[in-house]
Design a binder for this molecule. Structure first.
Ligand SMILES: Cc1cc2nc3c(=O)[nH]c(=O)nc-3n(C[C@H](O)[C@H](O)[C@H](O)COP(=O)(O)O)c2cc1C
Length: 341
């Protein structure tokens, strides 16, 4: 089906096609949650994930279609990034399909309707299926750390988990929150803002880090009781690309991010041992890609750009492929495979 629709979507500019997709998904009647092979289920941070394949942040920024996406075969859906106040983001065009590279470049800049609107929407869900809420800071925030504290407090009641996103390249200076003192201060403030009964908190990092950063970030995360890390967001680096859009500024995702994201995952696994669960993202578009991340130490994976090129059936295809690989190797669960490569 997606093969038929794809040329129509690709005739539109990337952001218009995305808006049309969300509008169409909103009209879809809700399906019951899919059943996954029992071997795909796993526990992380006190939550039971029925499949390790999640929808990465950025697709459903405003929490308009989380249940539709769960119905399409994702084991969990991360909405956002949501900032305390609504904001427009950067001027258009700001999202580009690099078809020759199976990639996307975006410099959206946290365009979103704000946490209040999403809170109301999510409050109406019946909460079958896991939905995480990714939070960020407004571009014009006087105190960025205070924006994360606001997000933790506001969104905790409707989130199965929260993701502290300090790795978007499209809000100037945001990634500085990953550096030494600022990270410790931010994570300390987040730890103080969360309640013991509240949802687990994940930290999403960039793939563009320097030698030594991985150990430092893991230490800060463990000290602040972060429950898992998402590795990684888009990259500001530019591996060789063929598309005419290759020089657009912003974060690159999709196939060219794959090696970089896998390398970053391995570095975080080395830095954290088994102490801090890892969630892999970046260039995952097949069961082989997801399997490689799991063997390298990821407990769960997320994807976004692969959907653009392969359509919404991708989550199911990958889940089935993982179940086959477990069976071939005589493993009874995903947990057996995590880090076994
Ligand atoms: C158009 C677009 C918008 C995105 N917006 C966000 C966002 O708001 N917050 C976030 O944490 N990540 C965002 N991401 C990053 C993805 O969640 C993911 O980390 C990254 O794209 C790598 O995965 P992929 O190669 O499967 O796309 C965005 C990605 C794309 C392509």
């Amino acid at each position: 089906m997606y093969r038929l629709i794809r040329p129509l979507m690709f005739a539109l500019d990337a952001e218009t096609a995305h808006a049309a997709t969300i509008a169409a998904l909103r009209l879809k009647p809700l399906r019951p949650l899919p059943r996954f092979a029992p071997c795909l289920a796993s526990q992380l941070a006190g939550l039971t994930f029925p499949s390790p394949i999640g929808l990465a942040a950025g697709f459903d920024k405003n929490g308009e279609v989380p249940d539709v996406m769960l119905g399409l075969g994702f084991g969990f859906v991360e909405i956002g990034t949501l900032t305390p106040r609504p904001q427009d983001g950067n001027p258009r065009p700001r999202m580009f399909r690099l078809v020759e590279d199976q990639a996307v470049i975006n410099r959206l800049g946290f365009n979103n309707q704000g946490q209040g609107v999403a809170l109301e929407r999510l409050g109406k869900r019946d909460r079958r299926g896991l939905v995480g809420v990714n939070i960020g800071a407004n571009k014009d925030a006087e105190n960025r750390i205070a924006d994360y504290v606001t997000g933790v407090k506001a969104m905790a009641p409707v989130a199965d988990y929260l993701t502290v996103n300090i790795s978007s390249p499209n809000t100037p200076g945001l990634r500085n929150l990953q550096s030494g003192g600022e990270l410790v201060e931010l994570l300390g403030a987040v730890a103080a803002a969360r309640s013991p009964q509240g949802p687990p908190v994940f930290l999403k990092v960039a793939p563009d880090l320097e030698h030594g950063d991985h150990d430092r970030i893991v230490r800060a995360a463990l000290d602040a009781r972060i429950d898992a890390m998402i590795v990684a967001n888009t990259t500001v680096s530019r591996p060789p690309l063929a598309s005419p859009f290759k020089s657009e500024s912003g974060g690159l995702s999709g196939a060219p991010l794959k090696t970089l994201a896998l390398d970053a995952l391995r570095l975080f696994r080395n830095a954290s041992g088994r102490e801090l669960p890892l969630i892999a993202a970046g260039g995952i578009a097949s069961a082989d890609d997801a399997w490689a991340r799991i063997l390298a130490g990821a407990s769960l994976v997320q994807l976004y750009s692969g959907l653009v090129y392969h359509g919404p059936g991708l989550a199911r295809t990958i889940a089935n492929g993982l179940a086959e690989r477990l069976e071939q190797r005589g493993m009874s669960s995903i947990a057996d495979a995590v880090g076994s490569g």
